[in-house]
Ligand binder design. Structure first.
Ligand code: F0G
Length: 357
């Protein structure tokens, strides 16, 4: 590092002027944020696009998902208020992040997870960071209902995105995109589950625009899984199902924020099937070397549909949030890759044969 280089301070210190913090706020950070915006021209060629596409690769946050941006602020504010226990419901990533930041802050953490529907890597994170990990015999929406009730007891600090500071922290991803590109993109694509992130990005893009730090605003394009698409259908889904367990949600908490983002930006929220998700999942991994979890590629599957429908003008600038790392869900990766390692004798010729050389 050259002597003039400033080390990255994490999203709270970098964007303090846009966040509800003061000089004396006890910042709890793992130096999240500052994630790369990766150009993916081979993927664009493979899907027949005529535009520039960049992935905001949020997998490179400390717990490997975008949740760390909101969690640094939620746990910081919990600490500032003197809370002792933080709690959340989660499809996996929020719990991983809450557990890590609570450990960092020296707070207790309890997480409520839908039994059997958590990707293995995420479960490992919650357990390893020492969170009290509770599986409920129900889905995410039921877990979140219980968390709301726990919040009302005053005994715990809720760090789901029903806590407004989560959205505040998450909006910093939109700031970073504008800082890197020099302006907002024409379209921003992202997955929609509990709908906090689409709400956060839209707020971020609007605040940067209002502050004169960007000239344009993107159209917000949100993607739900077809089996868990309440916003697309216009009513809650009682039994949501999708391979993309991160967005297996039937009654999103930030429903209104999502519909406002779409209406104000003249964007859309639509759905993609599990087959479309898994196709995009493998294609991205194999054309670009970028591994995302299934929920994260729902917007890429959506982009492919938009191209087929002629909805993307040539020359557009498009950004997509890759919300979580592919290693979060190794079971799905191994299943979808469709191959198993070959075993051969420990000899050169056997290896050449196996490679086909
Ligand atoms: N992608 C991933 C990888 C997620 O973990 C989530 C949400 C989303 C997309 C959707 O974002 O909820 O803001 O619309 N995961 C939450 C959790 C629900 O508990 O980890 P959203």
């Amino acid at each position: 590092m050259s002597s003039s280089a400033q080390p990255w301070p994490g999203v709270i210190r970098r964007y303090a002027q846009f966040l509800p913090v003061t000089e004396t706020t006890p910042v709890v950070t793992l130096l999240e944020g500052n994630t790369p915006l990766i150009p993916v021209p081979r993927f664009v060629d493979a899907i027949g696009g005529k535009f520039d596409l960049f992935l905001k690769y949020e997998a490179l946050n400390p717990t490997c998902s975008f949740k760390d941006r909101g969690m640094t602020l939620a746990v910081t504010k919990a600490k500032e208020r003197g809370a002792k226990v933080v709690v959340c419901a989660s499809t996996g990533n929020t719990s991983a992040s809450a557990a890590a930041y609570a450990a960092r802050a020296g707070l207790r953490c309890a997480v409520l997870l839908p039994k059997g529907k958590i990707a293995f890597g995420k479960l490992a994170q919650a357990l390893m960071h020492g969170a009290t990990t509770i599986s409920i015999e129900g889905n995410f929406d039921e877990a979140l209902r219980i968390i709301r009730e726990l919040g009302e007891t005053g005994l715990v600090e809720v760090v789901n995105s029903i806590n407004p500071v989560r959205i505040e922290g998450q909006k910093t991803a939109a700031f970073e995109i504008c800082d890197t590109l020099g302006d907002a993109p024409d379209f921003h694509f992202l997955p929609v589950g509990n709908a906090g992130n689409i709400t956060a990005y839209w707020r971020g893009f609007k605040e940067y625009h209002a502050a004169g730090l960007s000239d344009t605003l993107p159209k917000m394009m949100g993607w739900q899984a077809a089996g868990a698409a309440p916003i697309v259908l216009g009513h809650p889904v009682e039994h949501p199902e999708t391979v993309a367990t991160a967005i297996r949600i039937g009654n999103p908490a930030s429903w209104q924020g999502a519909t406002e983002a779409v209406a104000e930006s003249e964007g859309a929220i639509e759905s993609v099937t599990d087959d479309e998700i898994l196709h995009a999942y493998k294609l991205l991994a194999q054309t670009e070397g970028v591994m995302a979890e299934p929920a994260s590629v729902a917007p890429l599957a959506g982009l492919m549909k938009c191209i087929a429908a002629g909805r993307i003008p040539a020359g557009s600038l498009i950004t997509v949030t890759i919300t979580g790392h592919g290693l979060k869900d190794p079971d799905t990766a191994i299943k979808v890759s469709g191959v198993t390692p070959q075993t051969v004798v420990a000899e050169k010729q056997a290896v050449l044969d196996a490679i086909g050389l």
